[in-house]
Design a binder for this molecule. Structure first.
Ligand code: C2E
Ligand code: CA
Ligand code: CA
Ligand code: CA
Length: 275
């Protein structure tokens, strides 16, 4: 039954009604989540294949609701984006991630996801610079992950902000690469430091020739552009091997380590590094 909800009792309910109620509940509860201390960051390492060591972490937001338990970012980030709550929540993420990087992850980079709405906020630049100053984190250890949709909306203003950030020393990554429809052109609009190949291509790599060809061509292209390539969602040794053979710079995924709380993430030495 297509409409069976996650609890299994909604079989005879119209699917839309269930989804809408869930969305409304998220919207109502998200407003207070920050103040109730329900939001926290997890960190997932990025392994540099040439050096065989962890060179940075990605901060990933987690929400543990007091009654509903853990709610996925895939469910609440879009709501935060639509309501504008992503602005205060995003500021919290920047402060927390920079503070953790300065305190707990010496010598490594820290990547923070920035959504389009957050990026367009007039105070975005100041929020980033404040987080750096408050934490004492050197700007070149912070990387902001944006998607190409940031460049679609207001190209010139977006590029001006990215250039200001780069001049300040902050790094810029293009996230979810390959999922948009004109991705390659974005690489010529702004000199990204890093591109992250979307997990869907990595997942498809072994069985789907076209996914593998896309991964290969991104790796070849990036060599010419001098941009670092990170493969997202690496789950199998075979994926790791293929990426290594084609000169992929860094990998991130469950094979290396799942996202974890700061203390655990800082202490974990991934399997792939030990061997
Ligand atoms: P993303 O930026 O593409 O983040 C990577 C997602 O892939 C994370 O999901 C991570 O937990 C998951 N992942 C990592 N390795 C693997 C793997 O090997 N296999 C699989 N299947 N998944 C893997 P998560 O944490 O649920 O976040 C989902 C999305 O929510 C993120 O996608 C990002 O777009 C957004 N998000 C998360 N935290 C933040 C945040 O602080 N700010 C903003 N604006 N967006 C965030
Ligand atoms: Ca990301
Ligand atoms: Ca991604
Ligand atoms: Ca390379």
């Amino acid at each position: 039954a297509k409409n069976a909800g996650r609890n299994g009792y909604a079989i005879y309910e119209p699917g839309m009604g269930e989804a809408q109620r869930r969305r409304q509940r998220i919207e109502a509860e998200l407003a207070g989540a920050l103040d109730r201390g329900e939001l926290a960051l997890h960190y997932q390492p990025r392994l540099d294949l040439a050096q065989g060591r962890i060179v940075s972490y990605e901060a990933l937001l987690r929400w543990s609701h007091r009654e509903d338990g853990s709610i996925s970012p895939a469910d609440f980030i879009p709501v935060a984006e639509e309501t504008g709550l992503i602005v205060p929540i995003g500021a919290f993420v920047l402060r927390e991630a920079c503070a953790a990087a300065a305190r707990l992850f010496p010598e490594t980079g820290m990547s923070v996801n920035v959504s389009p709405r957050q990026f367009r906020d007039p105070e975005f630049l100041e929020t980033v610079l404040d987080a750096l100053e408050a934490s004492g984190l050197p700007p070149d250890r912070l990387e902001l992950e944006i998607t190409e949709s940031v460049l679609v909306d207001d190209d010139r203003r977006a590029i001006a902000i990215l250039e200001t950030l780069e001049r300040a020393g902050v790094r810029i990554a293009l996230d979810d690469f390959g999922t948009g429809y004109s991705s390659l052109s974005y690489l010529t609009r702004f000199p990204f430091d890093t591109i992250k190949i979307d997990r869907s291509f990595i997942r498809g790599m072994e069985d789907d020739d076209s996914a593998w060809h896309i991964v290969e061509s991104v790796l070849r292209l990036s060599e010419g552009l001098g941009v670092r390539v990170v493969a997202e969602g690496v789950e199998t040794p075979d994926q790791l091997l293929r990426l290594m053979q084609r000169g992929c710079d860094e990998v991130q995924g469950y094979l290396i380590a799942a996202p974890a709380g700061a203390d655990v993430a800082a202490r974990t030495i991934p399997e792939a590094v030990r061997t």
